[in-house]
Design a protein around this ligand. Structure first.
Ligand SMILES: [Zn+2]
Length: 289
């Protein structure tokens, strides 16, 4: 049985990658009245009260760059557009906060739009020769006019793992977390490393525990700005913790019963991330197994 899709995954759009090179089709789509655009300003999607403020092509900010996200179930094209000012009736809203009022379909579309437009915003120059690059293939790559290097939107793999030992699981908190929040440990996968190796390394580095069995749970695109969270369940053999306090403010073992009260919001002093985050589902998969 496969787990339900994580938030930001399972976009309802057909990416229709074959249309990214079809300049004629794209130009027509950017004039079609049924086409929808989501505007992103300073990494925040344009919202109205209760949902996304979708724009029609004639409402898009003139001269701004667009990225083709795909085609919806009704056959309409969906684009993302970079914007500076919110039109009347709209407001740029931080995506995590906005997600509370959005459908899972819109969360997935907005996450993709945010990641792509942030990548364009942060990568205006060629990493090989320093010349200004241009968007190509409807926003799915950038090309250097001087050295012809092609640059593709980056996705950064991160392992996030719930370590457990018998009836206890390991949760930690970073100083930047909201008060009282404890979560699964996580870290970036490094070059030359498998996800399983990154998981074992991070558990040893951050908590001093030895992983003996690592199982895959699910993955989640996490658009802050463009991670792929690789969710793992790790059994560890050691009980003693050696916490790296440069990475973590605290880490502790929690019993299965206590972990359930955390997930249900009934714990007196500890909270965990909300269902928007894969961490919540990793913890639940263990706590209710
Ligand atoms: Zn170049």
């Amino acid at each position: 049985v496969s787990p339900p899709p994580n938030a930001f995954a399972a976009s309802p759009l057909d990416r229709a990658a074959h249309l990214r090179r079809d300049a004629q089709w794209l130009a027509a789509a950017l004039r079609a009245p049924q086409t929808r655009l989501v505007a992103i300003g300073a990494a925040k999607p344009l919202m109205r009260e209760g949902g996304v403020l979708w724009l029609t092509p004639d409402q898009a900010p003139p001269g701004s760059s667009t990225v083709f996200l795909g085609v919806d179930h009704a056959g309409a094209a969906v684009f993302a557009v970079a914007a500076r000012e919110a039109p009347e009736g709209g407001e740029f809203t931080e995506l995590r906060a906005a997600a509370a009022t959005l459908s899972s379909d819109d969360i997935a579309i907005l996450g993709c739009a945010k990641s792509l437009l942030e990548w364009h915003g942060r990568h205006p120059f060629c990493a090989a020769c320093g010349v200004a690059t241009a968007s190509a293939e409807a926003g799915w790559k950038r090309v250097c006019p001087a050295c012809a290097a092609e640059h593709f939107p980056r996705v950064d793999p991160v392992v996030i793992m719930l370590a457990s030992r018998g009836e206890y699981c390991l949760l930690g908190r970073q100083a930047r977390f909201a008060p009282r929040v404890y979560s699964a440990l996580a870290g970036y996968v490094e070059p030359g490393e498998s996800a399983e190796e990154a998981c074992a390394r991070e558990l040893m580095e951050e908590a001093g525990v030895v992983a003996t069995r690592i199982r895959y749970h699910s993955t989640q695109p996490w658009p802050f700005p463009s991670s792929l969270m690789i969710g793992l369940l790790a059994e560890v053999e050691s009980e003693a913790l050696t916490i790296d306090y440069t990475e973590l403010e605290d880490a502790r073992w929690f019993s299965r019963a206590e972990t359930r009260t955390i997930l249900e919001g009934r714990h007196e002093s500890v909270r965990c991330p909300p269902p928007l985050a894969i961490a919540h589902h990793l913890i639940a998969a263990w706590a209710f197994s």
